[in-house]
Design a protein around this ligand. Structure first.
Ligand SMILES: *Cc1c(COP(=O)(O)O)cnc(C)c1O
Length: 395
């Protein structure tokens, strides 16, 4: 068996995305800023993509800026919110402790530039409440940035309610929706969103393409200076094939969103049920308010890295958390944020299912994880101490 269960790290490109990209490499290769026909055709491809993407999130095309991906969109959104605030003498930003590093590291840099950042607690269930956002807003707050869905534990935040609080208090609201766009419904109007980041490779589009939605009237700060592309807000010749592929992938994801989510939710629940049978294990994050394909578990007495290698031998590709931190020995900042202690956070496993997953594959994953956890525990000194009562079980 070969099962790719790391769709939160990246997804396989859809046929629709590839088919949309090929003509942009073979025929419509012109620079969209030129006036002759191949250039103008490339320009049309970009503007059609902008319209298609805008429609899916209920925005207007002028509110969409193409970027190199989710990280760039996060950087630009947050820096823009900060600069708008600074002009008004407001230098306080609110976020959460379990954001993606593209958000957390941007905030760290802004702190060095004199901004004051409050990181809200996300509780054991991995969810922040609108009341807590309301309570944290100060007279000098310029921006709230809270992710729509977490990339490690998949928990979905009450974005619409948080957005409503921000509107009421007159504070800009940005959401990193990289894990959500193409997977769950997002309507920037109804959800009270001022800025939103998305990335193509998380919804079966190409890597290196993303977009930033910024509500009309919000002045974006450039991250990349140069030519006048993207209405002067993002210089550099547009990645025409990738933009076309991104739009095609998102159109397909949006058209099939409900059926995909139904299927994934039932597969996810089956997987959670199966893994729950492993003694001294626990699901990370709220069981209901989570992405359709996300399963994240902690197993006491084992190390995440070793489980990944053994599962890989069995043909299962999974993750111990975010792809960006695997390879480092520090436990995930997300698991620490929801209150998992270091020892337990080390034994984590993230399985993010794709739409083509089958019931047989889920059964195989359950069987393989059970065997692997049992095998690793059989020679784990920590597990031995737990069983002998020299250490206390936490899970
Ligand atoms: C993947 C991811 C990003 C980064 O997106 P890139 O396109 O890889 O730069 C940002 N935020 C979240 C929540 C993500 O999952």
């Amino acid at each position: 068996m070969n099962i790719y269960a790391d769709n939160a790290a990246t997804t396989k490109m859809s046929r629709a995305a590839i088919d949309a990209m090929l003509p942009c490499m073979e025929e419509v290769f012109g620079n969209p800023s030129t006036l002759y026909q191949t250039g103008q055709r490339a320009k049309e491809v970009i503007e059609q993509a902008r319209e298609d993407i805008a429609e899916i999130i209920n925005a207007s095309p002028k509110e969409i800026t193409f970027t190199s991906g989710g990280s760039e969109a996060d950087n630009q959104a947050i820096r823009s919110g900060a600069m708008i605030g600074k002009k008004q003498g407001k230098m306080h930003i609110i976020s959460t402790a379990f954001e993606h590093h593209a958000v957390l590291h941007t905030l760290k840099r802004l702190e060095e530039e004199g901004f004051d950042v409050t990181l809200l607690d996300v509780h054991e269930n991995g969810i922040v409440t609108p009341e807590e956002v309301d309570a944290a807003i100060r007279d000098d707050t310029c921006l709230v940035t809270i992710m729509t869905a977490n990339n490690e534990i998949g928990t979905i935040q009450p974005i619409r309610e948080i957005g409503a609080v921000c509107r009421k208090r007159g504070v800009l609201f940005h959401t990193d929706a990289v894990q959500a766009v193409g997977h769950i419904h997002i309507d920037v109007e109804k959800d009270n969103i001022d800025m939103l980041s998305a990335s193509a490779h998380k919804f079966h589009g190409p890597k290196g393409a993303g977009f930033l939605y910024a509500k009309k009237g919000i002045r974006l700060t450039n991250i990349i200076d140069g030519g006048a592309q993207e209405r002067g807000k993002r210089a550099g010749t547009e990645n025409v094939p990738a933009i076309a592929g991104m739009a095609a992938a998102l159109k397909e994801a949006a058209a099939n969103m409900d059926s995909n989510a139904d299927k994934l939710t039932s597969m996810r629940n089956k997987l959670i049920e199966g893994l729950n049978e492993i003694p001294h294990s626990a699901l990370n994050g709220d069981e209901q308010h989570r992405l359709p394909g996300n399963v994240n578990f902690c197993f006491e007495g084992i190390e995440g890295e070793s489980i990944l290698l053994l599962l890989d031998d069995k043909g299962i590709q999974a993750s111990s958390g975010s792809a960006c931190t695997s390879g480092s020995l520090d436990p995930s900042h997300v698991l620490l944020a929801i209150g998992r202690v270091h020892d337990v956070a080390h034994g984590s496993l993230r399985l993010t299912l794709g739409e083509d997953i089958t019931e047989e594959q889920v059964d195989y994953i359950i069987k393989s994880v059970k065997e692997t956890v049992e095998y690793l525990r059989s020679f784990s000194p920590v597990w031995k101490e737990l069983c002998e009562g020299k250490r206390k079980f936490i899970l």
